[in-house]
Structures are given as structure tokens and as C-alpha cells.
Design a protein around this ligand. Structure first.
Ligand code: SF4
Length: 70
């Protein structure tokens, strides 16, 4: 399994993740939300078999608050 994590506090709401990977990312207020994630500590986390387009979203995030842990 692969973990996708997001430090939502660091998100600046640029919209890159939702534009690149709308199946995993949506907007909630002025921050991006990892669809289907659970809060663990200060991170939102989702386990998937393949990170897919969230890899590109992580690379595009200007504040690097999306991590892919394989
Ligand atoms: S790419 Fe990063 S900073 Fe931009 S909306 Fe997504 S999580 Fe937030």
C-alpha cells in the first residue's frame, strides 16, 4: 500500500492538486482536501494501492505539503 499525506495547515489553496488530480483532491473552503482521507495527528492520510495522479500533485504542490510514502 501507498500512503498519501497532506499537511493541510501548510496548504495555500493554489489549486494545483485539484487541477492535476481531481479524483483525489477537492476544495473545502480555501484549502484542498484529500478525498476519502482520515485525520492522523496533524496530517490527512489516505492509503491506496497506487498513488496515481497524486504523485504529480505532490510534485506540483508549491509548499510541498503533499507526500507520497511508498
Ligand atoms: S497543491 Fe498544495 S498548496 Fe496547492 S492547493 Fe494543493 S495541497 Fe494546497
Amino acid at each position: 500500500m501507498v500512503k498519501i499525506t497532506q499537511d493541510q495547515d501548510a496548504c495555500i489553496g493554489c489549486g494545483a492538486c485539484a487541477a492535476i488530480c481531481p479524483k483525489d483532491w477537492a476544495f473545502k473552503g480555501d484549502k484542498a482536501e484529500l478525498i476519502g482521507s482520515k485525520k492522523e495527528g496533524n496530517l490527512f492520510v489516505k492509503e491506496v494501492s497506487d498513488a496515481g495522479c497524486s504523485k504529480e500533485a505532490a510534485n506540483a504542490c508549491p509548499v510541498q505539503c503533499i507526500k507520497i510514502i511508498e
